[in-house]
Design a protein around this ligand. Sequence first.
Ligand code: TDO
Length: 194
Amino acid sequence: MTAFLPLALPDVILVQPRRFGDARGYFCETYVKPVYAANGIGADFVQDNESLSAQVGTIRGLHMQAPPFAQAKLVRVLSGAIYDVAVDVRKGSPTYGQWAGARLTAEGGEQLYIPQGFAHGFCTLAPDTRVAYKVDAVYDRASECGIIWDDPDLAIDWTLGDGEKILSDKDRILPRLKDFDSPFAYQGTAASER
Ligand SMILES: Cc1cn([C@H]2C[C@H](O)[C@@H](COP(=O)(O)OP(=O)(O)O[C@H]3O[C@@H](C)C(=O)[C@@H](O)[C@H]3O)O2)c(=O)[nH]c1=O
């Protein structure tokens, strides 16, 4: 059975799908809509994404899209490993500005669910890391926004140490959370309704 493990932030869920191993390797269901929906992941996914990061210490994030193109994401790793992070940016949330993270590896097949209203980012822990994720709204360039990865108010432990970090030009100039006018408002947690 697939396991669904809520992290410290309500509605951010670590998923551990079951793998059926045999002499050939394994078989695994990586997404089953009714099962995921029954476990807090009711998003209606409409787009699948994949990225490759060549070097260890590549950081992508922290990203989101503003409504009406807000995206929930279901993230997994196809090769290599990442530390995956979600930051609550919903104004009025009891956990506003807090982050939660999990290590996702190709070997382990873990997944992380990041609801709408959370900024998302990851760093790579292995070379040639390929990440795949489902999103529940299509890409809309004009709706993209984000927060700087090393915002001292967030104090995210990327589990990377002091080595070189590789970032896109766009990600190097993102604002701090205190200078970011979040387009998200807190509307309660799905977890409290389950
Ligand atoms: C995200 C995205 C990008 N693109 C294009 C825009 C650009 O030319 C190129 C690279 O885009 P980026 O630099 O934004 O890629 P990247 O930095 O990998 O952005 C991604 O980061 C992770 C953390 C997320 O959570 C994603 O939602 C997304 O924001 O791909 C699309 O065509 N569709 C998409 O859905």
